[in-house]
Design a protein around this ligand. Structure first.
Ligand SMILES: NC(=O)c1ccc[n+]([C@@H]2O[C@H](COP(=O)([O-])OP(=O)(O)OC[C@H]3O[C@@H](n4cnc5c(N)ncnc54)[C@H](OP(=O)(O)O)[C@@H]3O)[C@@H](O)[C@H]2O)c1
Length: 215
């Protein structure tokens, strides 16, 4: 079955390209369906465009590559459709204030991951992933040589862990689990010690470096 990518901007666009390059079928949805159709046409036979609801229904894994408020809106609206699906959440609790400055939108002790996981139906398989690098690194670092770059993930769910390990590998990175939803904050910004734009100060890690950093 396919992976649905809801949102094809800075994160969802490169992710769709990487997965198709790795042989994975994708169903793309955006706010404006014409944007998803244009990318699907560019990516060829493994990609197609659909509405958000069609994309979720067709996929076994759904990546919500949209802003946290939009994830909340869509998961509220499409709760029943998410039953049984692997739900992949790359979001950060970030907003922009009236002066154009980045602000944290949740209390310091609350992760975006914990908010999204709590909104899902009990049969959904939640994993935090694909948001641990800046978008330009996600776009440029797939299949890095001589050693692949790591994408961290966090989940309490074995089915979600198996699915995300396969998808991260297909996208051209090495997967590494940092823990469960309670650890999601480590791979979010602002503040995450294992986020490229947080405690890693821009670094891209290979598997040995990532294991040492996560320990
Ligand atoms: N940018 C980064 O460096 C970065 C890094 C790590 C994590 N993240 C996280 O990744 C997520 C996506 O960020 P981004 O930078 O990729 O955002 P973005 O470039 O602004 O793209 C947002 C995408 O969401 C789509 N969208 C908006 N409302 C929608 C709706 N109601 N239904 C379906 N699609 C909708 C937009 O559709 P249209 O194309 O039609 O406008 C667009 O494709 C955010 O949660 C962010 O915190 C971002």
């Amino acid at each position: 079955m396919a992976t649905a990518i809801i949102g094809i901007g800075n994160i969802g666009g490169p992710l769709a390209r990487h997965l198709v390059r790795g042989g994975e079928p994708v169903v793309l949805a955006a706010k404006d369906e014409a944007n998803a159709a244009a990318l699907a046409q560019e990516l060829g036979g493994l990609a197609r465009a659909a509405s958000v609801e069609e994309a979720i229904a067709e996929a076994d894994a759904v990546v919500f590559a949209v802003w946290l408020d939009t994830i909340k809106e869509l998961t509220s609206k499409d709760t029943d459709l998410l039953e049984g699906k692997v739900v992949v959440d790359p979001s950060n609790p970030i907003g922009v204030d009236e002066n154009g400055q980045m602000t944290r939108t949740l209390p310091d002790d609350q992760s975006a991951g914990s908010v999204v996981a709590a909104m899902l139906p009990t049969g959904a398989h939640y994993v935090k992933a694909f948001g641990t690098l800046a978008a330009d690194s996600l776009a440029s670092a797939a299949n890095r040589e001589p050693r692949r770059a790591v994408l961290f993930f966090a989940t309490d769910d074995d089915a979600a862990a198996a699915a995300i390990e396969r998808l991260i590998s297909a996208a051209g990175f090495d997967p590494l689990k940092v823990g469960g939803v309670a650890d999601a904050r480590r791979i979010e910004v602002p503040g995450g010690d294992l986020h490229q734009n947080g405690g890693l100060n821009g670094q891209l890690l290979d598997l040995d470096q990532a294991r040492a950093a996560a320990a």
